[in-house]
Design a protein around this ligand. Structure first.
Ligand code: PLP
Length: 392
């Protein structure tokens, strides 16, 4: 064929992280068919949708079965009832975001990947280790990505660089994979940097529901963030929507670049390439965002955070350095005895039959660290924690 491909795709680093993990686990299981392997590596939730969500979705399905209430294409930016429900959700925590600044989509990953469409060829700043979508979606369109190192010295919460440059900056707090969470001062430093340099921050708040301490759950809790930040959030981790799919991107009306409102560009992008989230799902999202939904989701989160507390307590007792586990479902631990990430993976699998995620899989600054997740079953988490504790 004579057509040209987008050669930027050839520059994307192939990530074999989860397939390598699966292969190692399968090999181990073939060699030890009776082994009781526990997985603390997955980033997916395991508890079902809550009652008010499934009730709302059931009612919506019934509406779809009746001519008078059937709905076809959903609005590209979401039904008004969900945009308002998101607005109310933020209002309850003191953040003003009007419904027309909220664009409902099918989850944070799509929006984070697609936002590259509205920007030109800017330098991109991304922390390392990182959720891989930020880097790969920019490499796909030929952008120059600068990595900024997270490490133990900065608590895996890097500060803005000394170099003053207009970047598109990705920040995720609470962070995947490190579980680290910025406090107000830490996030304010980024907002100030962005406003001073003309940068824009893409703030990924997919895990904000896990914050219980005094940390910002939205970047718009920081003064002056409205002139420099876009926020992307979803119901995946908060309400168990990983397979149901609903999230939103917020673009303040005053956010402009080159004299053009970024919200206008995103609206245009979505209207052209996206045809909306299913009605049934949006009714479920509306329920999840309601006050009753918040109460029910808090129970899901409490379950996972109890798992995190069990693991964190065991690591603390053993004097292991880690971040996360307090306002995040992820624990990011230093591998014992100077082991590398994969070395510790093998050690844990062979000696304790526990599976986690090697930190090196999230970027070179993740080498020597290991991610455990709190999304598992309680009894299995307790058993895995006992086994890890006995090994350390
Ligand atoms: N952002 C981060 C940091 C994530 O870890 C994930 C999923 O694991 C997502 C976004 C994607 O979430 P969604 O299911 O809303 O696409």
């Amino acid at each position: 064929m004579k057509i040209k491909i987008n050669e930027n795709f050839l520059r994307i680093k192939e990530s074999y992280l989860f397939s390598d993990i699966a292969k190692k686990v399968n090999d181990y299981k073939s060699a030890h068919p009776d082994a009781d392997v526990i997985r603390l590596g997955i980033g997916d939730v395991t508890l079902p949708l809550t009652k008010c969500v499934t009730d709302a979705m059931r009612r919506a399905v019934e509406e779809m079965a009746v001519k008078e209430t059937f709905r076809g294409y959903a609005p590209e930016y979401g039904y008004d009832f969900v945009r308002q429900a998101v607005s109310d959700y933020y209002a309850r925590r003191g953040v003003t975001m009007t419904a027309d600044e909220i664009y409902v989509g099918d989850g944070a990953k799509s929006d984070l990947g697609n936002l590259t469409d509205i920007f030109g060829d800017n330098p991109i700043l991304v922390p390392d280790p990182v959720y891989p979508v930020y880097v790969d979606s920019n490499v796909m369109c030929g952008r120059e990505v600068t990595l900024i190192e997270s490490n133990e010295e900065n608590g895996f919460l890097p500060s803005p660089p000394t170099e003053r440059r207009a970047y598109v900056i990705y920040i995720c707090s609470p962070n995947n994979p490190t579980g680290a969470v910025y406090d107000k001062a830490g996030l304010s430093a980024w907002v100030d940097y962005a406003n001073e340099t003309g940068s824009v921050i893409l703030f990924d708040s997919a895990y904000e529901g896990y914050i219980s301490g005094d940390y910002p759950r939205s970047i718009y809790e920081i003064e002056d963030a409205r002139t420099c930040a876009i926020e992307i959030n979803s119901l995946s981790k908060r309400a168990g929507f990983t397979g149901t799919r609903c999230g939103w991107t917020m673009i303040p009306n005053e956010l402009e670049a080159g004299g053009v409102k970024l919200g206008k560009l995103w609206a245009r992008r979505q209207a052209t390439k996206f045809n909306g989230v299913p009605y049934v799902v949006q009714r479920g999202a509306e329920a999840a965002l309601s006050e009753q939904g918040e109460i029910e989701c808090r129970e899901l989160i409490a379950y996972y955070m109890k798992n995190a507390a069990i693991m964190a307590e065991a690591l603390e007792a053993k004097g292991v350095w880690f971040t996360g586990g307090k306002n995040s479902p992820y624990i990011w631990m230093r591998c014992p005895n100077g082991m590398g990430s994969w070395e510790f993976f093998d050690y844990l699998l062979e000696r304790a039959q526990v599976v986690g995620t090697p930190g090196a899989g999230f970027g070179s600054a993740g080498e020597g660290y290991f991610r455990l997740t709190a999304f598992g079953d309680r009894d299995r988490t307790i058993e895995a924690t006992k086994r890890i504790g006995a090994l350390l």
